[in-house]
Design a protein around this ligand. Structure first.
Ligand code: DX5
Ligand code: ZN
Length: 227
């Protein structure tokens, strides 16, 4: 397996995680290279099963192929029912972060520990209607909390403004119980006001699908964001 870039996780910085859902899959290898060359920090890989969400994407086989084509950390977002069945497959395929949905896990503590025992970083995602308070008894064990700012299933949806408050609440909870936990936001993030406001609210990782792959010049986009 290719060695991945060291995963940078200092708090107080923000990391750009393009979501490949909006990339051109016919040119996946070039897209991966262009994303890496543009200066993105990690790749967000959306896995959908047609059951937990009304859409389907890819499985471990494609993640394994991606792993060979990029050194960027792979942040695998599992929008699937019963994720326990597939944790090992995605970690074996090369996932660095594995994020499961709170709503999909009956024994969340066991699931999170399994991810970490296998050497990956563990994240938990919250749908827009799932309260931050549901993290209280699990945040101690998490490397990442993913706040969904759209209903999962599709790229290109509008940002749900209530997510700002949820990011702030998560930041307060993390400061109290697990200051090392990264806060990610996923859905409808665009450069400009939304980007600035989610960073101000406390987000560390900004997932961007359509706003990233919808531009012609990824490097220019990353430069303009970081300015
Ligand atoms: C939505 C996915 C997102 C999606 C974001 O279910 O989890 O990662 O790709 O796409 P945009 O940035 O276009 O909302
Ligand atoms: Zn996602």
């Amino acid at each position: 397996m290719e060695k991945t870039k060291k995963i940078k996780t200092e708090k107080g910085k923000y990391y750009i995680a393009p979501s490949l859902l909006s990339a051109d899959f016919l040119r996946l290898k070039e897209e991966l290279k262009a994303t890496e060359d543009a200066g993105a920090d990690m790749l967000h890989v959306d896995i959908m099963d047609g059951h937990f969400v009304p859409n389907m994407t890819i499985g471990p086989f494609i993640v394994k192929a991606m792993r060979k084509a990029t050194k960027l950390p792979l942040d695998v977002h599992l929008m699937i029912s019963n994720p326990d069945l597939y944790l090992d497959d995605f970690i074996d395929a090369g996932a660095d972060f594995v994020t499961v949905h709170m709503e999909a896990c009956i024994h969340l503590n066991r699931t999170v520990n399994r991810i970490k025992e296998r050497g990956a970083r563990a994240g938990v995602a919250l749908n827009p209607a799932t309260p931050v308070s549901s993290l209280e008894s699990i945040i101690y064990d998490l490397d990442m909390v993913l706040i969904m700012s759209v209903n999962p299933g599709f790229g290109g949806q509008a940002f749900i403004p209530h997510a700002f408050e949820k990011i702030e609440q998560t930041k307060r909870l993390a400061e109290e119980k697990n200051p090392g936990a990264l806060i990610a936001v996923d859905g409808g993030v665009k450069p400009g006001e939304i980007f600035k406001s989610v960073v101000d609210a406390g987000a560390d990782i900004l997932v961007m699908g359509s706003a990233f792959y919808g531009t012609n010049d990824y490097a220019d986009l990353v430069r303009s964001i970081r300015k």
